[in-house]
Design a protein around this ligand. Structure first.
Ligand code: SF4
Length: 107
């Protein structure tokens, strides 16, 4: 609420964030501490806790595809660690962009 707004006024919902995919609204990690998903390398307890959240996430496939398409290098996305995603990218190789339905890939 802005300083000049009369008390009791309800602030309108923020506009949709440009570039934010709609599936994010259904993420199991909404409201979770982001630190859970960006554990230090070797912090298996935290990594496993993040993966447990991902295991019950209804948009896990979308999240993983998005992370792969963006070449995300950090954090747990779609239940996979950066190392897991590197291995998956290597396994899928040249077929990855087709499987993700995108023309270009980063990372
Ligand atoms: S799969 Fe994991 S990181 Fe991705 S949206 Fe779901 S809970 Fe969040």
């Amino acid at each position: 609420m802005a300083v000049d707004d009369p008390p009791g006024d309800v602030e309108p919902a923020p506009p949709e964030t440009p570039g934010r995919p709609p599936w994010r609204d259904h993420a199991a990690c909404l409201g979770a501490d982001p630190e859970l998903f960006y554990a230090r390398t070797g912090d298996l307890l935290t990594i496993r806790a993040a993966q447990a959240v991902c295991a019950g996430c209804e948009v896990r496939a979308e999240c993983l595809a998005d992370a792969l398409a963006r070449g995300e290098k950090f954090g747990v996305w779609g239940g996979l660690t950066p190392g897991d995603r590197r291995r998956l990218r290597r396994q899928l190789g040249a077929s990855l962009p087709d499987r993700l339905g995108c023309e270009t890939m980063t990372g």
